[in-house]
Design a protein around this ligand. Structure first.
Ligand code: SF4
Length: 316
């Protein structure tokens, strides 16, 4: 007699997974391979997801850490996280054909940083040390014109030389709640601080955080599909945990440890902005092998954002 499977309710967050910036960056690499032929070099992981990187490698992309590893005469793509100004300058000096896959929402922060510094302001940049987006944004302005603020404690301690001439900007993939706390401290300490018009935290990051909050309220545990170096995926784990549930980051179905689901009757699932939908389906299918799954999508805001391709690839 076949053993009966234990029931498991799945609440699947929406929106989840790919954002318009990630979609655009992947399309740029694919179109570049189509147009110029393999190999096309990519500086850094195009987006923080091993599955995506491996799929592009199979199509003819070669991923490198620095421009020095790109041979002369082959095209190179810069990742969605953005690059310091020195990188395109170096590519131009070498006569390399480069395509910039920087997300337009990251480029917007770059332009704001430039303008603020031109207007004589020192920038307090809220972000995570070492993240490629932070390195790219710092690289838009001369050294010493930006100070990194990682935590509320940093915001309490920072002592700008000219406190009346400062501004803040943020990384695009931060925790909405934590960042609001940090900004509140800065605004209290420096009443004349200038902030960005609208949000620097992007629509995809805030929508995915709101959606995971929604499912977390109704389940006991949450899987976030994403990579450990993906800032927005790690934030989704933290947001779910703050709602009082256990949350775990998994790369894909094979990472699931079923003992972690002991006693769980309702499981939430979401995916970071760089995780493809195919990995979500793979996780659901894997759970179906073990459980009698009842699947429900919990729909939040609808996303319709699409970004233009760089000139030259549009017609491809
Ligand atoms: Fe752009 Fe936001 Fe996606 Fe990053 S997470 S690529 S900033 S839309």
């Amino acid at each position: 007699m076949a053993t009966q499977k234990r029931p498991l309710n799945l609440l699947i967050a929406a929106p989840r997974g790919f954002c318009a910036g990630v979609d655009r960056a992947i399309t740029i690499v694919e179109l570049a391979i189509e147009r110029y032929g393999a190999p096309v070099y990519v500086r850094h992981e195009i987006v923080h997801n091993k599955f995506v990187v491996d799929s592009l490698k199979a199509k003819g992309a070669v991923f490198v850490a620095e421009l020095d590893q790109v041979p002369d005469g082959v095209p190179v793509v810069f990742s969605a996280h953005g690059v310091p100004k020195a990188v395109p300058a170096k590519a131009e000096a070498r006569g390399l054909n480069y395509l910039d896959a920087t997300c337009p929402l990251v480029s917007k922060v770059h332009r704001q940083a430039e303008r603020l510094v031109e207007n004589g302001r020192h920038i307090l940049f809220i972000g995570h040390a070492g993240h490629p987006e932070v390195i790219g944004t710092f690289g838009q302005v001369p050294e010493g014109r930006m100070t990194l603020i990682e935590t509320a404690a940093d915001a309490e301690a920072v002592m700008p030389e000219h406190p009346d001439d400062i501004a803040y900007l943020t990384q695009t993939t931060l925790s909405v709640d934590d960042t609001a706390g940090i900004i509140a401290i800065l605004e209290k300490r420096f009443p004349s601080i200038k902030g960005p018009k609208g949000e620097d935290i992007c629509y995809a990051t805030s929508n995915r955080q709101a959606a995971v909050k929604e499912i977390a309220r109704r389940c006991e545990a949450v899987f976030v599909i994403g990579a450990p170096n993906s800032s927005n995926s790690v934030r989704l784990v933290e947001v779910a945990e703050r709602e009082g549930v256990r949350a775990k980051l998994i790369g894909r179905a094979s990472d699931i440890d079923f003992s972690w689901l002991d006693g769980v009757t309702t499981l939430g699932i979401t995916a970071g902005a760089s995780a493809p939908e195919v990995l979500v389906r793979e996780v659901v299918d894997h759970l179906q092998e073990r459980f009698d799954v009842h699947e429900e999508t919990v729909a939040g805001v609808q996303e319709r954002m699409v970004f233009k391709l760089p000139r030259g690839l549009e017609a491809a």
